[in-house]
Design a protein around this ligand. Structure first.
Ligand SMILES: C[S@@+](CC[C@H](N)C(=O)[O-])C[C@H]1O[C@@H](n2cnc3c(N)ncnc32)[C@H](O)[C@@H]1O
Length: 336
């Protein structure tokens, strides 16, 4: 799966233990799905899952990892990826902007990515197969990028992995049904009802669209106007695409509204000790819906924190202050 800030890979075993301890859960809704690794793990654990995210690249990940039924599409997807690997290279908008104007990928990989993306568009695929192909391409590109894990900047010297050849692999799709939504979280919370609702909101000012703008462009394939050293999409600056959870001023009221809107039997919320909301405040908010418990998980910070602090030109400008933080896992049995 792609490198992703705030990805819950290490928290998943805890989450599954909690789910087993609660018992009797058949459906789940992951309303801030990101990479969809939580929805994927819950589906694998036997729950019927809905995953929602407001960014289109994340929605595509959810269509692949949560909604696609591997029993129906595995064979066709395998053949499709083989066909896409043979697509002719193309040196156009993508290669120019992300390999020469900026240096997120080596041009030989940029041309390959661009050729495959053009082929996906030309094939007018069934939507599920299209999502699997796009995720396979996103993940292939992620394995050969030259960043610290976010697309705010590229490295001044090529990352060793950037020299590797691009390779499409079949994503780990799972058998069975599921749903993927592309809504603002407040609309999603009103729309779905599930035994378990899981909330993993952004916890600080860093926008996911800004951090992963190339994935958004690769999936939308809309050749947007771009700005700055990192060649970001102009809609990264559009107020309509900003998340209230990235705003210190708006997050508290929006989180209260979200907690009030959630429909289900159990609510689990992840939050970080370095975020805009502190533990006591979240406990008070959640207390409006039922009794709250909180597990504290000691955590390694994201990969960029280990590598150091870089400016938009890819130069190292500082060392990280600390390498560990804490993740809170709140649980409420909803009875209010
Ligand atoms: C902390 S990440 C989730 C990470 C995810 N649990 C994982 O393991 O990959 C938060 C996600 O919320 C999404 N998001 C932010 N604001 C949103 C909103 N208002 N509505 C829906 N999704 C939103 C972001 O695009 C991002 O993918």
């Amino acid at each position: 799966m792609i490198k992703y800030l705030g990805s819950k890979r290490l928290l998943i075993p805890r989450l599954l233990t909690k789910i087993d301890a609660i018992g009797g859960l058949a459906t789940a809704a992951d309303l801030f799905s990101g990479t969809s690794r939580v929805g994927h793990a819950l589906k694998k654990h036997g729950l019927r899952c809905s995953a929602n995210d407001h960014n289109v690249y994340a929605h595509t990940l959810a269509r692949c990892y949560v909604a696609a039924d591997a029993d129906r599409v595995r064979e066709d997807a395998t053949a499709l990826l083989r066909e896409l690997m043979a697509a002719p290279e193309h040196d156009g908008w993508f290669t120019e902007n992300y390999c020469r104007q900026s240096r997120f990928f080596k041009p030989e990989n940029g041309r390959k990515i661009e050729g495959i993306r053009i082929k996906i568009e030309a094939l007018s695929l069934d939507p599920t197969l299209e999502a699997i192909a796009l995720v396979s391409l996103m993940e292939a590109a992620d394995r050969v990028d030259s960043t610290t894990g976010v697309q705010m900047a590229y490295l001044k010297s090529w990352a060793p992995r950037a020299h590797k050849p691009l390779e499409l692999r079949l994503p780990a799709i799972l058998p069975g049904p599921g749903e993927a939504m592309n809504l603002d979280v407040l609309d999603a919370a009103r729309e779905v009802e599930a035994d378990l609702v899981y909330l993993d909101p952004p916890y600080n000012q860093h926008s996911y669209l800004g951090n992963y703008h190339i994935w958004e462009t690769l999936v939308r394939w809309d050749a947007p106007d771009i700005y700055g050293v990192a060649c970001k999409r102009v809609d990264c600056r559009d107020p309509a695409r900003k998340s209230a959870f990235n705003s210190k001023r708006k997050i508290e009221a929006t989180m209260r509204e979200l907690i009030a809107a959630v429909r289900g039997r159990h609510l689990i919320v992840s939050f970080n000790n370095e975020g805009f909301l502190d533990r006591e405040l979240i406990e008070e908010m959640l207390g409006t819906r039922g009794d709250v418990t909180c597990d504290v998980v000691d955590y390694k910070r994201y990969v960029g924190a280990k590598i150091g602090v870089y400016n938009p030109s890819g130069e190292k400008v500082g060392a990280p202050t600390h390498l560990r933080n804490r993740e809170f896992l709140f649980h409420v049995a909803l009875d209010r």
